[in-house]
Design a protein around this ligand. Structure first.
Ligand code: SF4
Length: 338
């Protein structure tokens, strides 16, 4: 696992907003966190919680009607929000790579696997000799468990798992520092998914690459991640080491989320928990803690004042009034008159 103090990406006060007919949606709302170099960070939450939007914002890939309306993404000490379009193209190709659920949307259907990789190297490293390029892509593709004869295949000739491994290869061929996998295993069957997960872990160990795994599959995160970040309604609920969070979830939303995951243990016959209520409408998010209308542990301050994501005594980042001091005025509720 990564050295926890060696930070690759610092995200500070990031906001992403979508303009809709019904109003402005605050999909990512004042989010701050760090991604450590060489770690696998699992980013989980219900559909619509903002996790994919956050992943795209880290690469400045938010498209209209969405917009990054504030904040910083500091990558290796540089704020990419200050980058020109040319610098961003280089950043996306060389330093980061994103893998989506459907690799066919990223791969060119009329380009062979080797042509994808050669093009990536020629664009970003134009001085590389042709013989070196061939050696590089051949050894990489074999390292990813794909026979080198498949380099001349077109994307449609590959299985779903192979296509995802080619996408991983496109990042590694340029020595990307960060791979963002957004629901990358969702369309794969369980065996292919397990192979890809094993491979991602090996790649992290071998190449030292950092992986942000965005998924709704908590079991997958339990298997692969070093840390887990739980998102709810555009904000983080809790961030911590994977074993700590699974053994002792602190935020009430994390507690509910973990209780709603089926166990494969035969002796564990506890009925699955159903989280009350629905995720909020983010054009009109609830006041205070956005989880308060669904929270079984809510206290009066929760509906009025938003807590912060603060470090607890246990070294966990938790966004909940149950783990932080309440401001003095909270002890004297404001009288609301008609
Ligand atoms: Fe529940 Fe209040 Fe904590 Fe929000 S701040 S999770 S409403 S206890």
């Amino acid at each position: 696992m990564a050295n926890e103090k060696d930070v690759l990406v610092q995200i500070r006060n990031l906001y992403v907003t979508y303009g809709t007919r019904l109003g402005s949606v605050s999909a990512v709302d004042d989010v701050s966190f760090d991604i450590y170099r060489g770690e696998i960070l699992g980013l989980v939450g219900e559909s619509g919680c903002g996790k994919s939007t956050l992943g795209k914002a880290l690469m400045r890939m938010i498209k209209s009607p969405g917009e990054i309306t504030g904040g910083q993404v500091i990558f290796n000490g540089e704020d990419i929000m200050e980058y020109s379009d040319k610098q961003m193209r280089d950043f996306r190709g060389r330093r980061t790579s994103m893998i989506f659920q459907d690799p066919m949307t990223s791969l060119n259907p009329v380009q062979r696997v080797d042509e994808h990789m050669i093009e990536a190297i020629e664009v970003h490293e134009p001085k590389t000799k042709k013989a070196n390029i061939t050696d590089r892509i051949t050894s990489l593709i074999e390292r990813l468990g794909i026979q080198k004869r498949r380099l001349t295949d077109y994307p449609h000739q590959l299985s779903g798992g192979m296509r995802q491994r080619v996408m991983v290869g496109l990042g590694l061929v340029l020595n990307a520092h960060l791979i963002i996998a957004d629901e990358a295993t969702t369309s794969l069957d369980v065996i292919v998914e397990a192979n890809l997960v094993d491979q991602l872990r090996e790649i992290r160990d071998e190449f030292g690459v950092t992986i942000l795994m965005i998924t709704h599959n908590i079991a997958l995160v339990a298997e692969i991640a070093d840390r887990i970040a739980v998102m709810y309604a555009g904000r983080f609920a809790e961030i911590g080491p994977i074993n700590d969070v699974f053994e002792d979830p602190m935020h009430p939303y994390t507690q509910g989320l973990l209780r709603s995951v089926p166990s494969i243990r035969l002796d564990d016959q506890e009925e699955l928990y159903k989280m009350p209520g629905e995720p909020p409408n983010l054009t009109q998010p609830p006041s205070g803690c956005r989880f308060h209308p669904r929270c079984p542990q809510a206290i009066p301050i929760c509906a009025r004042i938003q807590p912060e994501l603060l470090e607890t005594k246990q070294g966990r980042l938790v966004n909940c009034w149950l783990f932080q001091d309440q401001p003095e005025e909270a002890a004297h509720p404001i009288m609301v008159t008609a």
